[in-house]
Design a binder for this molecule. Structure first.
Ligand SMILES: [Fe+2]
Length: 280
């Protein structure tokens, strides 16, 4: 049986990927951030998942404003890296798992989640930055990746509660796949940040700390945060944090926090990461 054994929450700030690609990780500005990710990377090297489910959002690279799926599951066998205006990042393409992804689609739709089937798309920094942070710079990624692109760009995004429930349904879907697989699910984006308007640069450490605490100890509380509260308290782009609730929902009732790191700033965002191992 396939099993979701752990979840990773992490920011996906594009400047982090650029810092890696340009060899700046040891510069004074970046060094503390990458040092903080070292134990997380080590955990991943020891955990060796067979499959990663990457919950992230596209930033108008795969989907322009013609079609915006609320929940788009990548069912293709390969996802190429998007050119976001500076050339594609020099990282490997992502190998998918069409059979498992198709099974997930079937299970999720029958579970009353209206998923969009995405057979072909390019993936941007929302996916590649977390991959680089957790797997380093290999020639090929060491596991297959099923991307789950969530709309948090165009209002209205799904609520945190809906995302939490989707995570629970993803757990049921994976557990009915009859193959022994270790699956790690990522929730990416956030933490507090706003990149435009008069409040650009907003960061709220207290909100972020409460959010990390809640993931660990009381996710039901987090699932009740209304969308406006993310925007008001943690900045317009902090709505990305609802994606972390998909990850948390997929871990089952009990999860043990094994690592946490928080850092301000990277570009104009607060950066956080958390690793939770499922105990359910
Ligand atoms: Fe983002």
């Amino acid at each position: 049986m396939a099993k979701i054994i752990a979840g990773v929450g992490t920011s996906h700030t594009p400047a982090i990927g650029a810092a890696i690609d340009l060899g700046k990780t040891k510069e004074p500005y970046w060094a503390p951030l990458f040092k903080g990710y070292e134990p997380a990377k080590q955990w991943m090297a020891e955990t060796k998942p067979d499959v990663v489910i990457m919950v992230y959002n596209d930033h108008v690279n795969a989907f322009d404003f013609k079609i915006i799926p609320t929940f788009g599951l990548g069912c293709g066998d390969e996802f190429k890296i998007a050119d976001e205006g500076w050339g594609a990042r020099p990282v490997p393409s992502v190998q998918g798992y069409p059979e498992l992804a198709s099974h997930m689609i079937q299970s999720l739709v029958l579970d009353e989640f209206d998923m969009t089937i995405v057979n072909e798309m390019q993936v941007d920094h929302g996916l590649t930055t977390p991959m680089s942070l957790m797997f380093g710079q290999p020639k090929e990624w060491p596991c297959r990746v099923i991307p789950l692109a969530v709309n948090v760009i165009q209002y209205p995004a799904a609520t945190g509660h809906r995302c939490f429930m989707l995570g629970k349904a993803i757990r049921r879907a994976v557990e009915t796949w009859n193959e022994d697989l270790k699956v790690v699910i990522f929730g990416t984006g956030g933490m507090s940040h706003q990149i435009q308007g008069p409040r650009a640069g907003l960061v709220n450490r207290e909100f972020d700390t409460n959010f990390l605490d809640g993931l660990s100890k009381d996710p039901d509380r987090l699932a009740k945060i209304p969308p406006l509260e993310y925007l008001r308290e943690a900045g317009a782009e902090a709505i990305e944090l609802v994606m972390w609730l998909i990850m948390r929902g997929a871990l089952g009732e009990k999860a043990r926090e094994v690592y946490r790191f928080y850092h301000i700033p990277a570009s104009s965002t607060a950066v956080g990461t958390i690793i939770l191992e499922s105990e359910s």
